[in-house]
Design a binder for this molecule. Sequence first.
Ligand code: GLY
Length: 304
Amino acid sequence: MRVVLAVHGGAGSWRVDATTLATVKMTIKQALEEGFKAYHSGSSLDMVVSAVEVLENSGVFNAGIGSVVDLSGSISMDAGVMYRGRAGAVAYVKYPKNPIKLARFVLEKTDHVIIAGDAADNIAKKIGLEPHPGPSKKVLELYKDYLNRIVKGEAKSIPYPKSLAAWLSLGDTVGAVALDRNGDLAAGVSTGGVFLKMPGRVGDSPIPGAGFYANECGAAVATGVGEYIILTHATFRIVEDICKGKDVQEAVGSVLKSIDSVYGSGVAGFIALDRFGRVAGLYNTHAMPWGFITESGELRILGI
Ligand code: GLY
C-alpha cells in the first residue's frame, strides 16, 4: 500500500453533533477524491492544492470560507505550499477565498517565499482570484457568544492560546501532503489562524519548517497553536528525522512528544508522508479528522 495523498481538517476538541461529524467526514473524503484526480496526470503540488481548496471551500474547517475571526471580528488568513525545493506562502491576507492558490502563485511565479498583507491581497486581485465572502454565520455566532460570555463575566480574559483550542468545537488549520508518480513530495496548508488572535498576528502556516515542509525524503504539515509550532521548527524536524532514517510514525511521534513536554498536551497535530508512501497522523488534542488515499484508490478516514 503506497499512500499518495493525506489530508487533515485540524486538531481540536471536535465535540460536535452527529450531523456536523458526518459533514466533516464527507468533506475529508471529497478532498481526498478531488486531490487524487491529479495523481495520474498531475504533480503532488496539484494534489495538495486541489485537496486544500476543497477544505477551504467547505466552510467546515478553520480555513478559507470557514476562517475564524480575530479580536476585532475580522478574518486574516495564512497559507503555504512546498514542492521540489521551493516554497510559496502568503501571510495576513484578507482578500482571497482560497489563500492556497495565492501561495502557489508565490511559489511558481515569484522569486520570493512569503508575501504578506495588502501587497499579497493586491496580487490576488490582479490575478483574478475569487474574493472571500467574509466571516461565516457559524464563526460570527461563536464570536458573539464569546463577547457575551465576557459581558456576563463568564469569561474574564481571552484564554489564549492553549485553553482556547480546547474550548473551540472547531478544528484548526487544514493541510495536505502528497507523493506523485515522479516521486516528488509536496505539502500544503491553509488557515484562518487562531480564534480571537490579535490583529496582525501571523501563525506557523506560512512559515516553511514550522507549518509545512517537504523535500525528497518526506513531507509534513502542522495544525495547532502556531506559536508553539514556530518555536519548535516542528515540520522541519519531522522531515529531517525521516531523512535520517526514522520511520515516519516515529518521526512525528518524537516531535509531538517534545512539544508535549514543553507546552503540554492539547496544542498540536501533524500528518506526514515519506518517499515510500508511508503515512502518519498524530495529535495531542482530543481529535484531528484526517485521512489518506492510496495508489490503488483505497480511502481511509481517521482521527474523529
Ligand atoms: N496553526 C495555525 C495558527 O496557529 O495560525
